[in-house]
Design a protein around this ligand. Structure first.
Ligand code: ARG
Ligand code: ASP
Length: 716
């Protein structure tokens, strides 16, 4: 009785935090039945948790893979055909591209199995089974151990558990931690090693809207690519070999042409990489109000300089396309995240929660001072975090310095270094140099260096500056430009010829010269500074923070026993669910949940690279030649949004309808809701998917690769 009153009291007290709002959460597939199935069915799902994840029968999980290191892919035929995003396959497509065969620009379609292109170092990882091994991992671990004793014990336990598990399985075995070290799962997986490129649309479909539309809604990107998994003739993973055969999966996804109606139930199944939903207010405050703004500012300056040069020179535009995309992607995400947290009054909400937490924790010695300790420790780590970000964003933002860094090994050779080892380093250096100069524009980088090093020099306190910056003071009278002029005039890393000359007949004497190169000096000084002054402190404070976060996580769960918790994303397989719905991004603005081919024609602008529309697509549009891929409203739907909780890594994830049929491929989130990595707000957090009917339309009608459609299982 007493306990019940207490529960009721806590429930009322913590009501705003005690209820999860549908849409929020990245759930562990193995626990769906217990935690989510009921709600999913109430929301409209027609299949069962066992249909999604089962170890006794074929289930949807048998068609999902982690694609490469950071995306998701799904199998859509009994011949191992795989769908993911264009931006996930981008590297592979680019590597097969040349001026003669520019697959990035023109697209690529293998019209037969022989034409499918193998990719070195591209893997697809499939989860076979997971088990809760928390007790075994934490065996012998006690609360009064130090953090390093604890992690030593855990590492030992994990090692022996994995070793003994491996005796009974042919699969790859890993143990991952969940809820910040409060729960552990053993995961059995298969790693496929022969993944071939089958098809990719031209970039002005696969990347339509480019960086301008990135993270934005309304969106019209056909962000998909097609691959195939090959295996040995025993249907097991095998490295590339001519006689490998297409993989026969236990399950492949049926594809629905019904489309997504407003309010339809949907779920996403994939590999979200990293979220931080349980951080204290101080951490969020720092990220949103201090580190993000600095990183945004530095990136903004870089991007402006990129744009200045790329606007006037098509060659530079191609050279900097991928760098621009990378810098811009994070830049835009951080802007959206900071704005979103402020708009949702996220820091204040966390503070309110912490006040309630303190009331609850008051009588508990373990948790009593946790919040104020967080305050202190985040304050302490801030200058080191800043040092880290200035180093990454400003120091290594200078391409010349970053390039010189890659010669560290060579600079260390002496009389005793073996010839073979030197040869290998030289070959590496040669390769690196070629790929660097292929995409390097010196005047651009010099201007970046002037801007970024000035920021680094002026904004970091003296004892948080790597030594080379002090040259600006001692030798160049605070004139950053004069220092940069010297850097670019004296370094050999500015031209392929000079680098080649240096590599020619390389010996320990040349290594000594290399040590004096100003770009190398700068790179070395940054890394020395980082290893000796920053990393150690960050690591030791991180130990404290990790412990506190683990304890805080556990405490939050104890405090809200009625709440269903989901663990932060950690690059393991998860299910998110929600429904197809638009949102209101700003006062007086409402967004609909889908876009159409008409919108592509509206955005068309032959003068703007991001908005060029393929002739063939225009022909199909004019002739209304949509085959069976049009919606019942007569138009071709291109993309749609839904309230599924996703993050980086979910790119390429399948989006399912209530029947468990594939209706879209996830590729992004709406800008206003990118703070979902820190706090999910169901009113504005939306994931963006390309409509599977648009994907099939492009494969079939645009590319004429109908043999791929024939392999798939299409349901009405
Ligand atoms: N914003 C998406 C994600 O974080 C897509 C990035 C690729 N697209 C681009 N235009 N840069 O991965
Ligand atoms: N675009 C992201 C990805 O590549 C997805 C996201 O952050 O929503 O995984």
């Amino acid at each position: 009785m007493k306990k019940n009153t207490f529960l009721l009291f806590t429930f009322l007290l913590f009501f705003p935090f005690g209820l999860l709002i549908a849409g929020e959460g990245m759930w562990i597939p193995m626990l769906l039945e217990r935690l989510n199935e009921k709600e999913m069915r109430e929301m409209g799902m027609k299949i069962t948790a066992e249909d999604i994840y089962s170890i006794n029968q074929a289930s949807i999980k048998d068609a999902i893979v982690m694609f490469g290191g950071g995306c998701t892919g799904e199998i859509v035929s009994n011949q191992g055909l795989l769908l993911t995003n264009h931006h996930c396959g981008y590297g592979a497509i680019q590597r097969h591209s040349s001026l003669e065969n520019d697959y990035l620009t023109n697209g690529f379609w293998a019209m037969s199995r022989e034409e499918e292109l193998p990719n070195e170092n591209l893997n697809a990882t499939m989860l076979m089974e997971m088990k809760d091994v928390t007790n075994a991992v934490l065996e012998g671990v006690s609360d009064n151990m130090t953090e390093s004793e604890r992690s030593k014990k855990i590492t030992e336990n994990k090692k022996s558990l994995i070793e003994s598990a491996k005796k009974d399985t042919e699969y790859h075995v890993v143990i991952e931690d969940f809820f910040i070290g409060n729960q552990y799962f053993m995961i059995y997986e298969q790693v496929f090693k022969d993944i071939r490129l089958v098809g990719a649309p031209p970039s002005n479909i696969g990347k339509f809207g480019g960086d301008t539309d990135n993270w934005m809604w309304p969106r019209h990107t056909g962000d998909f690519a097609v691959f195939r998994i090959y295996v040995g003739d025993d249907n097991k993973p095998k490295s590339y070999s001519d006689d490998n055969v297409p993989y026969k999966p236990a399950y492949h996804l049926p594809i629905s042409l019904k489309g997504a109606e407003k309010d339809d139930f949907t779920f996403v199944f994939g590999y979200p990489a990293r979220t931080n939903e349980y951080l204290p207010s101080f951490a969020i405050d720092q990220q949103v109000n201090i580190t993000n703004p600095i990183r945004i500012k530095i990136r903004q300056i870089r991007l402006d300089i990129f744009t200045k040069y790329t606007n006037n020179d098509p060659k530079v535009r191609i050279q900097y396309a991928s760098k621009h995309a990378g810098v811009a992607n994070g830049w835009k995400k951080m802007i959206g995240e900071s704005k979103g947290v402020r708009r949702a009054r996220g820091v204040e909400k966390k503070q309110q929660f912490e006040q309630q937490f303190n009331i609850w924790a008051n009588s508990n010695v373990q948790y009593k001072n946790l919040i104020s300790k967080f305050d202190e420790v985040y304050e302490r780590i801030l200058p080191y975090n800043l040092a880290y970000y200035y180093m990454i964003e400003a120091g290594y933002g200078v391409e010349l310095i970053n390039f010189a860094r890659a010669f560290t090994n060579l600079s260390k050779i002496d009389k005793t270094t073996e010839k073979e080892a030197i040869e290998k380093m030289l070959a590496d250096a040669q390769r690196r140099s070629e790929s660097f100069f292929k995409d390097y524009h010196l005047p651009l980088d010099k201007e970046v260096a002037e801007a970024l090093l000035a920021i680094y020099y002026n904004e970091q306190p003296i004892d948080f500056r790597p030594d080379f910056l002090n040259l600006i003071n001692t030798k160049y009278k605070n004139d950053v430009k004069a220092y940069v002029a010297y850097l670019f005039a004296e370094s050999i890393f500015t031209s392929p010829e000079k680098v080649a000359a240096m590599l020619n007949n390389f010996n320990y004497k040349k290594a000594q010269q290399l040590q004096k190169d100003p770009a190398f000096v700068a790179a070395k000084s940054i890394s020395y500074f980082y290893t000796n002054k920053v990393m150690e402190t960050i690591n030791s404070i991180d130990d404290e923070i990790n412990e506190m976060r683990r304890v805080y996580m556990r405490a939050q769960m104890e405090m809200q026993p009625e709440k269903r918790f989901y663990p932060d994303a950690n690059s393991t397989l998860r299910v998110s669910y929600g429904k197809v719905e638009g949102f209101k991004p700003a006062d007086a603005v409402t967004y609909k949940h889908f876009t159409t081919l008409d919108g592509i024609m509206e955005k068309e602008n032959p003068d703007i690279y991001d908005y060029v529309v393929e002739e063939r697509l225009k022909e199909l549009y004019k002739a209304k030649d949509y085959g069976r891929y049009a919606d019942k409203d007569g138009s071709v739907h291109v993309a749609f949004i839904a309230s599924n909780h996703t993050t980086g890594g979910n790119s390429g994830s399948p989006l399912f309808n209530a029947e468990g049929h594939l209706i879209g491929i996830n590729f992004d989130r709406c800008w206003e809701g990118t703070m979902s990595d820190l706090m999910y707000d169901p009113s504005i957090c939306r994931n963006i998917s390309v409509d599977i009917r648009y994907v099939l339309f492009i494969i079939d009608k645009f590319a004429g690769a109908s043999h791929l459609i024939d392999e798939m299982t299409i349901v009405q």
